[in-house]
Design a protein around this ligand. Sequence first.
Ligand SMILES: [Zn+2]
Ligand SMILES: [Zn+2]
Length: 205
Amino acid sequence: MLGSSVRSRVVFLALVAAVAASSYSGSVALAGHMSGWNHDHSKAGIPPRPSGLKELNDVFGQRCSDRSNNARSWWPHADWDPFGAGKYVEYHTYLARNIGFNIRNHINAAHRDGALYPGIGGYNCRLIDGSTSWSVHSWGAAVDTNWQRNPRYQDHWNGRGFDGQNYGTYIPDVWRGGFPGHRFFWGLSWPTAPDPMHFQYVTNY
Ligand SMILES: [Zn+2]
Ligand SMILES: [Zn+2]
């Protein structure tokens, strides 16, 4: 009797330790998932982020050029149809590692693909709606995520994903950081025209 109760207590403590380790912090939880995917927080993985139109052009080059959409990754629920399989999202080669390696794989490795919701889109050669300025999407330097639930002018983030769960700001937190710190600027921060779906790799534009 004593032997079996000691044994079950040891099993119980091991379970507590495992649960504590996996929920302790993002880094510990992710550590177990680090194999089998590329994660790059070097200068190449998270390159310098430009500020203003001049630097945007210096770093990303001509808008609507080949380099603006020569990188892509597969995102579930990127299409309009909630039951669609997903779509490739295209963006600038400068962000190939930060989006394709880091952000996309963080979400997938954390088993949070359910936090995504239609639609998701990157490169788009167009003007900003209601403006004569070019959209950051024209440089392939912005991605809109979960736009059906997070339209422009909405002053908050709706974190409910495809699976119906509320993930809070999990998706925005992966785009921008603290941890893991992928350095995108969140369009929700614009005071006059908040754009919660929008994450871009330039400030002051
Ligand atoms: Zn990362
Ligand atoms: Zn956008």
